[in-house]
Write a protein that binds this ligand. Structure first.
Ligand code: ATP
Length: 241
């Protein structure tokens, strides 16, 4: 698999604090990568650097083998995001939220039709389309956020703490939806999470961000053997015979 997104020596300081200290990360086309790390280690800053919302002090981000920065608009058009807390627009109803980007290039009726299709994909019935965000439960809002993230058939989807604030049953349901959608669409997924059950359900590969660098990266199937991840898994690392 060739790299779809690559960060090379990504470095970012805030004042005297070096948050990212040369992050090298490669995400293959169609891969589902989970980025884990303790609170405050720079996961969000890494995401923002990839998106171009925070300029790095050094290093670069490549997309399809060439610098992303000059092609940021094209990249953003192929990218979807599920925000932490769903981040729906309060003044728009559900289908208008889902179809927000589609509305820029198609009439309302066509956009609504796609929105209803995407709502069905995340397990929400057509009646949901006319509800306002204030009428939704946390789990429903997350599903609407997910429908919005996939509305425009993105090549890359970012999931920012997708299960935060959900009870375990709803969290596992969101994980299953994410895994299903990623597999079915072939999208490349980058998930930031603290939830190791989510990592197991969603990820092909996991990368640990610590000390401003990728301290460990490997297949999810191998994470139980990595001493670097012991603290996250909440138990001793399996002893090799
Ligand atoms: N705009 C900014 N100005 C100053 N410091 C910042 C800014 N953005 C982030 N930081 C600092 O960078 C560090 C990393 O923050 P970041 O939000 O990326 O952590 P995180 O790993 O995503 O944490 P969490 O898991 O709690 O969301 C923190 O110390 C934070 O205070």
């Amino acid at each position: 698999m060739s790299a779809l997104i690559e960060t090379r020596g990504l470095t970012r300081r805030f004042g005297a604090k070096t948050v990212l200290d040369g992050v090298d990360l490669s995400i293959a086309q169609g891969e589902s990568l989970c980025v884990i790390g303790q609170s405050g280690t720079g996961k969000s800053v890494l995401l923002k650097c990839i998106l171009g919302l925070v300029p790095p002090d050094a290093g670069e981000v490549l997309w399809q083998g060439a610098p992303l920065a000059p092609r940021r608009e094209a990249f953003l058009a192929r990218f979807g995001m599920l925000f932490q807390g769903a981040a729906l627009f309060d003044s728009l109803n559900v289908w208008q939220n889902v179809a927000f980007r589609l509305r820029q290039r198609m009439p309302a009726r066509a956009a609504r039709e796609i929105a209803v299709e995407k709502l069905a994909r995340v397990g929400l019935p057509p009646e949901t389309a006319e509800l306002m965000p204030a009428e939704l439960s946390g789990g429903m809002a997350k599903r609407v956020g997910l429908a919005r993230a996939i509305a425009d058939d993105p090549q890359v989807i970012f999931f920012d703490e997708p299960t935060t604030g959900l009870d375990p049953i709803r969290a596992r349901a969101i994980d299953a939806l994410i895994r299903g959608i990623v597999t079915e669409t072939g999208a490349t997924a980058i998930t930031i999470t603290h939830d190791m059950a989510s990592v197991r359900a969603i990820g092909d590969r996991v990368a640990l961000l610590a000390g401003g660098r990728i301290a460990w990266s490997g297949p999810v199937a191998r994470m139980d053997d990595a001493p670097e991840l012991a603290g996250f898994l909440g138990r001793p690392v399996a002893q090799k015979p």
